[in-house]
Design a protein around this ligand. Structure first.
Ligand SMILES: [Fe+2]
Ligand SMILES: [Fe+2]
Length: 200
């Protein structure tokens, strides 16, 4: 699909503010993709569509979760987690976008997961650091994203978990899996091993 066609489709489904966020995520994702040798075409299309289902009704999203292969435990968690997985299915059903790499980047853009691909990392980080956002600690993630994609993703998952815990929210298991997996890879894995050895 041509990127302008994708933008037109998405614009019709989002608020102005959310559409502009999507455009900024796309610019950020393309920047990161260039830096980390990821397909800029896939990164841009994934970013444009990542929040495509943000404003679907809860009933529709629930129905899609119930009647597809999506994990039913999503329904036990905050509905904010539903729009990514639902969009990964609907872009294929409605527009024939069948690209499992793009679809899984969209699927996991909110939670992350263990063993994320570089494209998944690009969207996960771009959604968090796009220039329209501002909150404490964000500049550190932006700085890190300039030199180390997986460490910046680790910071995103750490910050997200801290934020959700502060709000006493439940945390979807994939969010922990992302954090644990990315932690394992920090400093080539030596950091965590040293800590474990140091504790014995
Ligand atoms: Fe989102
Ligand atoms: Fe987003």
């Amino acid at each position: 699909m041509k990127i302008n066609e994708a933008k037109e489709i998405v614009e019709a489904h989002l608020t102005k503010a959310r559409f502009e966020h999507s455009l900024r995520v796309a610019d950020t994702a393309v920047e990161l993709a260039k830096k980390y040798n990821v397909s800029t075409e896939q990164a841009e299309l994934a970013a444009i569509f990542h929040d495509y289902c943000k404003y679907r009704s809860l009933e529709e999203m629930k129905r899609i979760i119930m009647t597809s292969y999506l994990p039913k435990d999503l329904l036990q968690y905050h509905h904010e987690l539903w729009h990514g997985p639902v969009a990964s299915i609907l872009i294929e059903q409605e527009y024939g976008i069948y690209d499992t790499e793009i679809q899984s980047a969209i699927y996991y853009h909110t939670t992350g997961r263990a063993h994320m691909s570089d494209l998944e990392l690009v969207l996960f980080v771009a959604d968090y650091i796009e220039p329209g956002r501002s909150f404490p600690g964000l500049d550190d993630v932006r700085e890190m994203a300039k030199t180390n994609l997986s460490k910046s993703a680790w910071m995103v998952s750490r910050n997200t978990i801290q934020y959700l815990m502060q709000k006493k929210n439940r945390i979807y298991p994939d969010t922990f899996h992302a954090y644990n997996d990315l932690t394992k890879h920090l400093e080539g894995g030596t950091l965590i091993e040293q800590k474990l050895i140091g504790n014995t």
